[in-house]
Design a binder for this molecule. Structure first.
Ligand code: SAH
Length: 390
């Protein structure tokens, strides 16, 4: 780690009562039922432009005040009501209270890679903790965001899965992770000068397709032109899934040309059912068929995520089998050296084994890259988000 800053740390005393308890899946199984927890107060990021207007009118204000608020929030990235000078002072507080309640409280910020990777631990209204990571590269800024508090998928190599699932995040709780990063960049608070968020990956905590409706609304807010939304390109957004087939098909039909990443991790059902318990419901063939359907409908290349785990899924024959399953499709493999999680018996593959795995995939004509390990030192890399960094 090059540098660690603990900029804000206010845990403890004023923590709200814990409203929502985590549900822990049975060993070796995925949890398909989401606990019905209390959700946070509504926020303008939950609403479309016309819903915001209706809301504001129901408060006895002119509908166009909603547009002014949206312009401040999404257009100017301004979350400070006292500086919304185009709105009468008396209305600013009313609008902020009704439509911009504070949803995410930063309780810890960790940075590494010379300040170009920043992980934030957020506390939600009910005390649940989630994390997001901002990664700055020479030509882009990628934010890795959470879609659930915890996760019910129970993949044994992933830190998030070990604590079970507390609840889905609201649309605004998802969107506001990005807005916080966008504001920090605009205000020149991230090393490297002012900037913008160009890419988003739903690879933080949670299984985004289990929280499908809110995830799609979040994508709509992020891609709608300002002042309705942040005006990002859907092509800069990647949704990562363990393979919830019906929702993969829904996403293909949704008309949002986002990139779909599939966490495969094994080409054979026997091992995949161990590494990704949802495989017992939707097997390798069904998941890949849904992925190819996604590529057909959207024209977008599928990204296959494969965490290389020493002596578990890194054998030459598995590379060959994976190559045979993927060859000829619109696909690209992202190999992720396993980030060991606390207490895990598994570790990353030997570099020579990794190189051989790459070589065998390439020999089948399959495009492959090895994921960088940004954020590893601050437990902000893939699979390390556990919100236990207090
Ligand atoms: N639930 C979704 C998104 C969150 S995880 C999914 O599983 O796709 C984002 C990626 O990190 C997934 O590909 C996941 O399998 C991978 N991952 C999880 N734990 C990891 C670990 N310890 N090391 C490397 N990658 C990991």
């Amino acid at each position: 780690m090059s540098d660690e800053t603990n900029r804000t740390c206010t845990p403890g005393a004023d923590a709200p009562q814990e409203l929502n308890e985590a549900a822990v899946p049975k060993p070796g199984s995925a949890l398909l039922v989401v606990p019905r927890g209390t959700m946070p107060p509504k926020h303008l990021s939950d609403f479309t432009a016309s819903e915001r207007r209706a809301r504001v009118e129901s408060m006895g204000m002119k509908g166009f005040r909603a547009d002014q608020l949206s312009r401040q929030w999404f257009g100017r990235l301004n979350d400070r009501p006292d500086t919304w000078t185009d709105i009468p002072a008396a209305d600013r507080e009313k609008l902020a209270e009704a439509l911009a309640p504070s949803l995410l409280t930063p309780i810890r910020t960790l940075s590494c890679d010379d300040g170009q990777t920043v992980k934030t631990v957020w506390r939600l209204f009910d005390g649940a903790l989630v994390e997001s990571v901002l990664m700055r590269y020479p030509s882009r800024v990628t934010m890795c965001i959470s879609s659930q508090a915890g996760c019910g998928m129970n993949c044994p190599f992933c830190a998030t899965g070990q604590g079970g699932l507390r609840r889905n995040l609201s649309t605004a709780e998802i969107v506001e992770q990005v807005m916080a990063g966008a504001r920090a960049l605009a205000r020149d608070e991230i090393e490297g000068g002012p900037g913008r968020v160009s890419n988003i990956v739903f690879m933080g905590m949670g299984e985004p397709l289990v929280n499908y409706g809110r995830m799609v609304s979040a994508i709509e807010r992020l891609t709608s032109a300002a002042p309705e939304g942040l005006g990002m390109s859907a092509r800069g957004i990647t949704v990562s899934t363990v393979g919830l087939v019906p929702r993969m098909n829904d996403l293909a039909r949704s008309g949002h040309p986002v990139t779909l990443a599939v966490s495969l991790h094994a080409p054979d059902d026997e091992l995949r059912s161990e590494l990704v318990p949802l495989n017992k419901h939707y097997n390798v063939r069904q998941v890949l068929d849904a992925a190819w359907n996604y590529a057909d409908v959207t024209g977008r290349r599928i990204s296959i995520e494969y965490a290389l785990i020493r002596d578990i899924n890194d054998q030459a024959w598995r590379a060959d089998l994976l190559g045979d399953l993927l060859r000829g499709h619109l696909v690209h493999v992202n190999l992720i050296p396993l980030n060991p999680t606390p207490g895990s018996k598994w570790t990353a593959s030997d570099p020579r084994v990794e190189r051989e795995f790459v070589r065998r995939l390439e020999a089948k004509g399959v495009a492959v890259t090895v994921r960088d390990t940004r954020g590893r030192d601050i437990e902000g890399a893939c699979g390390q988000l556990a919100a236990s960094a207090l």
